[in-house]
Design a protein around this ligand. Structure first.
Ligand code: ZN
Length: 414
């Protein structure tokens, strides 16, 4: 046996986990014998390693790059932020993207994530530099982390430079795993439909999944979630397409929203609601200020799979982020809200099984035969883990201990 993780709290019972050749080979209350590496979970909650299904890794930690170009940059002005990121992207090199993205990936590992879908901007500003950097990162960590790279036309396709369609095709020829799209940015419904068709056509031609950012706005006329869902159903592409945000859904009247939710359900799409980003970016023009995220509880009630992801780290859309899905789950508990009693367990599914299924991970879970990607949280249950934002004691990927942490405080009080 390569590894035995002893006294792991799994599904409410104490279990020893035996790991061989990167796979969970035994689950018993007490395993006999010794392994090359023995770890003691100490009765703490053990879950499958977190899965981050949506991260704009190429844009992470943009602040230092931007301040090098413009030392007095005004971060409070949203349009200035977007102009600023365009300037930064024109300076991208594959090496620079690799270095910044690697920092965020290592943070993710330290916080218990072993699988990520990383988005690379592919447009006239970034060219293919971001994609090249993220593909190099994927190669570097192959066999340890499950990294997928999505080619993402961040500036739109038909509203942007003519070269984007050609760049997207080149990106797929370079080995991109996922075709990204952002149709709501296009200026007309016709252009949105053409954008959706282009992305789905590329996905079919290259046999890759598609992942759209949908209606990331408070504009109630933005309807790309329903346009994508309808097209996915028409083309029989259920299971191949995910969506992120769908925030305009919260601004439709209830009857229209119900119809769109039914379409989403039929489309088989998972919706990634990265609600903490909406909180600081979706326009806050009127009082009472809306929270800006999608109808999370209604989607769940209708049976639409809902996941949550880090999405952004120190970029024009979101200034914070530790790539810690325990923190993201806590935001989700507040914003959905899913804060009370058994509801809270849904936030665990949103950072584990739901995104794992959405991005097509094989052998995910804590059964015998699953890949040994495990996380030991220093807490007796998920409620305490969320409440205290506990330390991640052990992170195991493909049967190897890749991170261990402990937190220590000394209180000098009476
Ligand atoms: Zn995003």
């Amino acid at each position: 046996m390569d590894v035995i993780l002893r006294n792991a709290l799994i599904n409410g019972g104490l279990t020893d986990v035996g790991i061989e050749d990167g796979v969970i080979s035994q689950l018993e209350p007490k395993l006999e014998g010794r392994a090359k590496l023995e770890l003691d979970a100490g009765g703490c909650l053990t879950v499958p390693a977190f899965v981050n299904g949506h991260l704009h890794a190429c844009k992470s930690d943009w602040r230092s790059s931007l301040l090098a170009l413009e030392p007095n940059f005004d971060f409070t002005d949203m349009s200035a932020r977007f102009a600023g990121i365009a300037r930064v992207k024109r300076q991208y090199t594959a090496a620079d993207v690799l270095a910044r993205a690697e920092t965020t990936v290592r943070l993710a590992v330290r916080h218990g994530t072993c699988a990520m879908r990383l988005f690379a901007d592919v447009d006239a500003d970034a060219g293919l530099q971001a994609l090249e950097g993220l593909l190099q990162l994927k190669t570097k960590y192959a066999g340890t982390l499950e990294l997928q790279v999505a080619a993402f036309p961040q500036n739109g396709v038909f509203s942007a430079a003519d070269s984007t369609t050609e760049l997207m095709t080149q990106a797929l020829d370079m080995g991109t795993d996922v075709v990204g799209g952002i149709p709501w940015l296009e200026p007309t419904v016709d252009a949105q439909l053409a954008h959706i068709d282009l992305v789905l056509e590329l996905a079919r031609r290259y046999n890759k999944p598609a992942h759209f950012v949908l209606d990331d706005t408070d504009d109630p006329t933005s309807r790309t979630a329903e346009l994508v869902a309808a097209r996915v159903i028409e083309l029989g592409m259920q299971g191949m397409v995910s969506g992120t945000q769908a925030n305009a859904l919260a601004y439709y009247d209830d009857a229209h929203a119900e119809r769109v939710i039914r379409l989403l359900k039929s489309s088989g799409m998972t919706i990634f609601s990265n609600a903490h980003v909406a909180l600081v970016t979706t326009a806050q023009r009127h009082q009472p200020a809306p929270r800006g995220h999608t109808r999370i509880l209604e989607l769940l009630r209708a049976g639409v799979p809902v996941a949550t992801a880090q999405d952004d780290i120190d970029n024009p859309y979101y200034p914070f982020g530790r790539n810690d899905l325990l923190e993201v789950a806590q935001y989700m508990a507040h914003l959905a809200p899913l804060a009370w009693g058994a509801q809270l367990n849904q936030t665990l599914a949103m950072v584990t099984h739901v995104p794992a299924k959405a991005i097509g991970l094989e052998g995910y879970g804590l059964s015998v035969g699953c890949k040994a990607n495990l996380l030991v949280l220093n807490a007796p249950n998920w409620f305490e883990a969320i409440k205290l934002q506990c330390e991640k004691t052990f992170v195991i990927a493909h049967g190897k201990l890749i991170s261990s942490s402990q937190r220590s405080t000394t209180l000098n009080l009476p």
